[in-house]
Design a protein around this ligand. Structure first.
Ligand code: 13P
Length: 250
């Protein structure tokens, strides 16, 4: 039985006062919400601030990791730094990084390896654009995103990892994938991992992300291969995010 995981990706939002208010709001809104693992991924400058107010029951994650280890890489943040700050997770390959910052499947796979080497749990984001879906290429795109990680890290790549299926057309659009659409891709993801590593595939938590709200979360999380969510916009509202966490705990 896989424990549900709900992660909030705050993206590039917030100021100190708002971060403290959100963290404190989450701490009280999440009282008694179990059994579900919960994490938030604030912007880097606010990681410690959020941690101080959110309490010990919520894990921290980075939204990205550098391709490099420490050294002369101006502007970068290494996986080791995130681990040292108390992060448990690191998102790699978010579609916004792929689309806006030129991250290829190979770069994302190397970042995945960096996160693992630093002792973080990598959260690999995969997903197709609307035109790829319309062209019937969803499985080809998602399969290639996963294959790049196997090529970089070997067949045990997903032993201690998370995959988040985030169809690009569902992110921030208010148009979530239907539970059936998401389940189909989640089952494909699990089968793809199982072809290399059956036990990792059975234990693997596969999160759905893309316009999840408290109101649609329960039906999504009820699907066999949906083990929680990676939440963007709704994670900036403590009550809404707590509602999503409750749906995952149900
Ligand atoms: P929304 O929940 O705002 O659609 O964002 C999803 C996402 O990108 C989480 O990483």
């Amino acid at each position: 039985m896989r424990q549900s995981l709900v992660m909030g990706n705050w993206k590039m939002n917030g100021r100190r006062a708002g971060v403290q208010a959100l963290a404190a709001g989450l701490k009280s809104a999440l009282v008694g919400v179990s059994p579900v693992e919960i994490a938030v991924c604030p912007p880097y400058p606010f990681l410690l601030l959020a941690a101080a107010d959110i309490g010990p029951g919520v894990a921290l994650g980075g939204q990205n990791v550098s391709l490099y280890n420490d050294g002369a890489y101006t502007g970068e943040v290494s996986a080791e730094m995130l681990q040292d700050l108390g992060c448990r997770f690191a998102i790699v390959g978010h579609s916004e990084r792929r689309a806006l910052f030129g991250e290829t499947d190979e770069i994302v796979a190397k970042k995945f390896a960096r996160a693992r080497a630093a002792g973080l749990v990598p959260v690999l984001c995969v997903g197709e654009t609307l035109s790829e879906r319309d062209a019937g290429r969803t499985e080809a795109v998602v399969g290639a995103q996963i294959a790049a990680v196997f090529a970089e890290c070997g067949s045990g790549a997903f032993a201690q990892a998370v995959i988040a299926y985030e169809p690009v057309w569902a992110i921030g659009t208010g148009r979530a994938a239907s539970p059936g659409e998401a389940q189909t891709v989640h089952a494909f993801i699990r089968a793809t991992v199982a072809a290399q590593d059956r036990s990792a595939a059975e234990a693997l938590r596969i999160l759905y992300g893309g316009s999840v709200k408290a109101q649609n979360a329960r039906e999504l999380f009820a699907q066999n291969d949906i083990d929680g969510g990676l939440i963007g916009g709704a994670s900036l509202d403590a009550t809404e995010f707590a509602g999503i966490c409750r749906a995952a705990a149900a």
